[in-house]
Ligand binder design. Structure first.
Ligand code: NAD
Length: 307
């Protein structure tokens, strides 16, 4: 069935996601503040809307794919999308945002007489282009059931995780595991190197033992053992370090707000924030192994210099 959709935020992710919806036969009215993003989307069949509110006013479903919670909340806010849309419109926010902001967005949508779903994604730009994203959704079952056929056009899998904000919660919990495990794997490789153990030997043992994890066996942070990992192409992303830093920052907010004793999650957020602001700005997140190695060498040199 053809649905009229408003798609707001046609950047790296939103552009190809909207294009896949057009390819599936939906009418997509698009808006982005950046003309080049909007123009690229129009090339792929998205109809140019004069404003985000104009698109929302004509849509059955409004999809947002924006940088952060403040963008979502300000677009939803007074005189914004919620006011412009017809009563009962379904709002699907696919951005990765703070759990508290996501819950506030749900509350505002419902107060305005609409239905809403948070549906952040994993899979990156490659997944957005190929239509193989994974969606993690939060909101009412009926809202999820209505959105699911659209989510499975843009992705290969959509999981309903629970009530409002549950999709964002699943995303940051998963990425907290990933950030901490990538640091653990990287530290282990640097320790192995200092002990004279080859990368391949550590990989052969740990990948078949209890150290096995995605950060080791798929996104291995050293070149060699896993030919497809970003380490083999000078750490070109993949999953860029600034995005990992962003997600760990959101996890850290939730850890503090919930009073959770997550020391490693908080430490991983600090390490990735520093890495993303420095040498990791345009690297895959597995490049953190180089920062760990560099800091270790510095420490050795300093130790050597101490009388
Ligand atoms: P992006 O910066 O490329 O795209 C965001 C777009 O939103 C931009 O084009 C911007 O102009 C537009 N925008 C901002 N405010 C707007 C407004 N008021 N009205 C209309 N348009 C507006 O970012 P992205 O890489 O596409 O990421 C989008 C979201 O997806 C983020 O929350 C990010 O964390 C999440 N995400 C990204 C990736 C990835 O690999 N890039 C992976 C998973 C999740």
């Amino acid at each position: 069935m053809t649905t009229t959709l408003a798609f707001i935020g046609l950047g790296h992710m939103g552009g190809p996601m909207a294009a896949n919806l057009v390819r599936a036969g939906h009418r997509v009215l698009g808006h982005d503040l950046v003309e080049s993003c909007l123009a690229a989307a129009v090339e792929s069949g998205v109809e140019r809307a004069g404003s985000a509110a104009e698109a929302a006013a004509m849509a059955d479903v409004v999809i947002t794919m924006l940088p952060a919670g403040r963008h979502v909340l300000s677009l939803y806010g007074p005189e914004g999308l919620l006011a412009a849309a017809r009563p009962g419109t379904l709002f699907v926010d696919c951005s990765t945002i703070d759990v508290a902001d996501s819950r506030a967005a749900h509350t505002a949508a419902e107060a305005a007489g609409h239905r809403s779903l948070d549906a952040p994604v994993s899979g990156g730009v490659v997944g957005a282009e190929a239509g193989t994203l994974t969606f993690m959704a939060g909101g009412e079952e009926a809202a999820f059931a209505e959105a699911e056929p659209l989510l499975t056009v843009m992705g290969k899998k959509a999981v309903h995780c629970g009530a409002a904000g549950a999709g964002q919660a699943a995303k940051i919990c998963n990425n907290m595991i990933l950030g901490v495990s990538m640091i653990a794997v990287s530290e282990a490789f640097v320790l192995a190197e200092s002990l004279g153990l080859s990368d391949q030997a550590l990989f052969d043992v740990a990948s078949a033992a209890s150290g096995q994890c995605w950060a080791l066996t798929v996104n291995c942070p050293v070149p060699g053992p896993v030919p497809g990992s970003p380490a083999n192409r000078d750490y070109r992303p993949g999953f860029a370090a600034p995005l990992m830093a962003k997600d760990l920052g959101l996890a850290a907010n939730a850890v503090r707000a919930g009073g959770v004793d997550a020391e490693l999650g908080l430490r991983a957020a600090e390490l990735y924030a520093r890495f993303a602001e420095g040498s990791g700005a345009d690297q895959d997140f597995s490049g953190i192994v180089r920062a760990i190695r560099a800091a270790s060498t510095t420490a050795d040199a300093e130790k050597g210099a101490t009388p």
